[in-house]
Design a protein around this ligand. Sequence first.
Ligand SMILES: [Zn+2]
Length: 469
Amino acid sequence: MSREMARRISGLLWAVVILVVACGSPAAAPPATASPALLTRPAEATVAAATPVAAPSQPAPSPSPTELTAPPTPELTPTVEARPSSDRVVELGAQAWDFLTAFTQDFSPRESGTAQEKAAADFLAARFESLGYDVSLQPFKVDVASAEVLIGPEGQDFRSIPLTRSGQGSVTGFLVDAGRAMEEDNISAAEFGGKIALIERGAITFEAKVQRVTEAGAVAAVIYNDRPRLFGGTLSTEASIPVAALSRESGTAILRLLTEGDVEATVSATFGQRDSQNVIAEMRGTAADGGIVILGGHYDTVADVPGANDNGSGIAALVTLAAEVAGESYPFTTRFIPFGSEELGLLGSGAYVDSLTEEERQAIIMMLNFDALATGDVVGLLGDLELMGAAVDFGRANGIEVERRFSLSAGTSSDHARFQQAGIPVVFFLADDFSRIHTAADTLEFVQPELMGGSVALAIHLLESVAGR
Ligand SMILES: [Zn+2]
């Protein structure tokens, strides 16, 4: 995944609403430090699971040394030779690769709610228009939150995230070590009145910690992690003071400063809205009541990443697919939708599904989602059993390496989830190596064009099947 922006208004900007971050990151985890195993390969034992998207799951296998050291090239040989579709898959993969290289070079990163995200949307709109589609942009608002923690006379900037339901504003005061802000820490008004509480995460709720220091008169609370890296947290009720999260590393560094003397800090938390958008490209079907097929994938990235696999690969597959079927006369309407702001919690697909009338929702035959599908060994599918079965059978008969998945790890998802929740049959196209997602290493060199080509070939087969061909 990826997704997006000129994001430094004052440090990182984060969605207030993120509880589930798309494409596998834990809620509000910092993109640059996201855990390598973001999505997981399902255990074989979960094959009979009734719900396609579900925990539990097992950690993804680490990439093998060859995966790390042998970047693919656009000139590929078919993985399965002498099969009829292999050349086709390579050809589709090469088309997707051509698009992806240009798109990644010209439009990365594309963080949600930024000018870069909008520029990418405009580019994609023009691209679909040139293929003969009726294109519109669907604007929507995203809530973003930012926090700033400045320490000491030089105002050293420590990267932070406001807790959800933090108070808003900016305050300056001396820091006081509150431990974990437990009852036995004896948080007193004498010590904390007018001060900023530095609190360690853990043992009790954020709510209890913040309430205790607020009652003692603290003007802000800074909570540092009890394990490495930054975290995102949520208070159960609105706080009256700014509450910002820090990494354990930052907290430890500030504690060290406190042992040397008084430390003044400025803590700010602000919330606002920004503009994001979906691109909707439609080709009318030949039948009046032929239904609608949605083909989607997000085009935003997290901050400061190339997003070649997440999700340049999905967008490249979408654009290649749109070019391939532009001349078809399907009875159903095809709607290609590059979604914005997926990385902030599936916001673009959520806005789109929310905008559907009941009649439109019922007219949707299926939704195919393309996300992070180009790094790994095989094309993976997750979703509707019947549709997956049709795709797998076609793949096996035509030399496309494809396998079904039955779950994603807890807290991970992608845009198909919004459609699935609305009762629409979905198939999610994804690959099986998510180790570089949300990192600066999500680059073109790890993209395997044949996985994009395979996804496109399978999607064309599903369109043909639904068209009754
Ligand atoms: Zn993604």
